[in-house]
Design a binder for this molecule. Structure first.
Ligand code: FES
Length: 265
């Protein structure tokens, strides 16, 4: 984990209200993994004071060296509005990579990925990283859901060899009409899975967790939390768990990826 000044390489609209930003980093991200996040200072003045957490969307490589990172964000408040105004050549202070990552064992053959709304970044990074893995999966199905087609970002980037993409929107404006978990249940009724990895709104993750538990399928979820420090210092990101020695863990240092069965939903 490093703190560094990064250079904005690009900051492009990705969908209505969404931006993807490339940041050149001097060091520290060679071993960054899907699920990890960065804390970004969104402006050079003191407001907003706190950094904002963003999951890694991917790594930027040049000649096999990691030279930067990419993040995706939705404009939801002052900090992200400031970020949306950044231009190529601006500098932003970044701390990371932080937190843990999804862990897909080598024995996994049938993998399911689920992303809802702004939960796409770590799932996209995970899918890309699985392509580089030796001894591949037999099958990977990616379920992506949003309220409307405007909430579907980066979906063309899941058009990868050996991956099947299944898109749902609540209003039916793209893909199947309905919540993404309905499509997930139908797929699991039709065939087995060794592991589910999911990221998205808590309601979706809770539903995915229940579906996985009912079928005894291991499930890892990346959860969002309000984060002030990102490093275990402020204790502001506590989440309820079923661990023997504690009722709470911190999303920033113990997560953001948890075994779904470990969480108190
Ligand atoms: Fe401060 Fe997690 S964000 S302890």
């Amino acid at each position: 984990m490093t703190a560094q000044d990064t250079l904005v390489l690009w900051n492009r609209p990705a969908a209505a209200g969404y931006y993807r930003m490339g940041l050149a980093c001097s060091a520290g991200f060679d071993n960054a993994r899907p699920g990890q996040f960065v804390m970004v200072r969104t402006g050079n003045d003191a407001t907003p004071l706190l950094r904002r957490p963003f999951s890694l969307l991917g790594l930027i490589r040049e000649a096999d060296r990691v030279t930067g990172i990419e993040i995706l964000f939705k404009v939801v408040g002052k900090g992200t509005r400031q970020l949306s105004r950044c231009r190529k050549g601006d500098r932003l202070s970044v701390i990371g990579p932080l937190g843990n990552a999804f862990l897909v064992p080598d024995t996994c053959r049938q993998l399911i990925l689920v992303a809802g709304g702004v939960g796409v970044p770590p799932i996209r990074f995970l899918a890309q990283s699985l392509l580089e893995r030796k001894g591949g999966l037999n099958r990977c199905v990616v379920f992506i859901g949003g309220r409307t087609r405007e909430d579907l970002v980066c979906i063309t980037e899941f058009d990868l060899p050996g991956f099947l993409l299944d898109v749902s929107t609540d209003d039916g404006s793209q893909g199947r009409q309905g919540v993404v978990t309905r499509s997930l249940e139908a797929a699991l009724d039709a065939g087995p899975a060794d592991l589910i990895c999911a990221c998205g709104p808590m309601g979706m993750l809770k539903a995915v967790s229940a579906i996985a538990a009912a079928r005894s399928i291991p499930c890892q979820v990346s959860i969002e939390a309000m984060m002030a420090c990102g490093m275990g210092a402020c204790l502001g990101c506590a989440v309820g768990v079923n661990d023997d020695d504690s009722r709470y863990r911190h999303v920033c240092v113990d997560g953001p990826v948890f075994d779904a069965g470990r969480l108190r939903w």
